[in-house]
Unconditional design. Sequence first.
Length: 69
Amino acid sequence: MNNKSEQTKKECPTTTVERVAEILHISTRRVCELAKAGAIPGERIPGTRRWVFAKTVVAQYAGIEVDEV
């Protein structure tokens, strides 16, 4: 694997609001609302408005394999 971005994608244990929204077929706004309510466990990056989610948690929530996240 020569492409660093592909390698980083596979090794990174977290994913973004945008990817979670894509997987769950909902809006990014809804993902943030669910995260704030604690329905989807995630962490807000300090000093930003960004959220990150553990791929394993997203996969479990969505009922899919972690490789699909």
